[in-house]
Ligand binder design. Structure first.
Ligand code: PMM
Length: 276
């Protein structure tokens, strides 16, 4: 999944694709580089970000989705709002990527049900403005799993087909670096739930911190690509269905190596078994 944020303020590509033609061009580039799907977002979810209204979000994403649909590019809409999802699906998106897993807007389930489209339910505890204060867990892997299963139950109760549900641990969303590493190490716990799992580590803050220089300055966003590729290979080896990334070409190369190696899926470790 290639990332295309049509926002002025996303942490990595914010401000680069606010012009419709540039955004459409980049979406086509992502597709040609090997993306199975391009994820279009019109609202930044970076920690601390202020919300925009639904009209602004729709005005940002719909022209880009229409342009990419005309070019035959498969797309997901990255939104927590049912109205935005509806407009995006009408314009040609075919997947809903809801970082709130249906929590932010309870009307999302009906949109997913009526469209009969895949719905990515990401683990989420609250909007960006205060999500860092929600990063409190006793056992992050078990709690993320259980909270995702609650989202699944609500989606099913809303009439959504089980076969359309995709799960995502939501790295960086109410998670600190250690939480992200735990979720990476034990990704098999989510994979074993039987739903496709999407993994989104691309260029995130915890990778910048991991690669900080001697003075403790985090590695700049644009220089986290090799680390991102490593996370994508780990996720694939743990059984992830997809990875959400900025650098699609590099990811396709890295995954081609992993595939050619024939390396078996990483077995869930003893700690995972004790959670069952
Ligand atoms: N991360 C971001 C936005 N949307 N969607 C899913 N499903 N999973 C993620 O991890 C995720 C997401 C934030 O990253 P960005 O600013 O680079 O888009």
């Amino acid at each position: 999944m290639g990332i295309l944020n049509v926002t002025p303020d996303s942490f990595s590509d914010g401000g680069r694709y606010t012009d419709v033609d540039t955004a459409v061009e980049h979406g086509i580039e992502l597709r040609l580089a090997g993306a199975d799907i391009v994820d279009i977002g019109g609202e930044s979810t970076r920690p601390g970000a202020e919300r925009v209204d639904a009209e602004t979000e729709i005005a940002r994403v719909v022209p880009v989705i229409s342009g990419l649909a005309a070019a035959g590019v498969p797309m997901s809409i990255d939104t927590t709002r049912a109205r935005v999802a509806e407009a995006a699906l009408a314009a040609g998106a075919t997947v809903i990527n809801d970082v709130s897993g249906g929590l932010a807007d309870r009307a999302m389930a009906a949109v997913a049900r009526d469209a009969g489209c895949p719905w990515i339910l990401m683990h989420w505890r609250g909007h960006s403005r205060n999500m860092n204060s929600l990063a409190v867990y006793h056992d992050v892997v078990t709690e993320v799993r259980d909270e995702l299963l609650e989202r699944v139950d609500e989606a099913l109760a809303g009439g959504v087909d089980r076969g359309q549900i995709i799960l995502d641990p939501g790295l960086g969303f109410a998670k600190n670096a250690e939480h992200n590493w735990q979720l990476t190490r034990h990704l098999g716990v989510l994979v074993d739930l039987g739903f496709p799992v999407l993994f989104g580590a691309s260029r995130k803050t915890y990778l910048g911190r991991l690669l900080a220089d001697r003075d403790g300055n985090p590695r700049p966003v644009g220089e986290r690509e090799a680390a991102t590729l490593a996370t994508s290979v780990l996720a694939a080896a743990a059984g992830a269905w997809g990875v959400r990334v900025h650098d699609v070409g590099g990811t396709a190369d890295a995954l081609a190596v992993w595939r050619a190696s024939g390396a078996p899926r990483l077995a869930p470790d003893e700690a995972d078994k004790s959670k069952e």
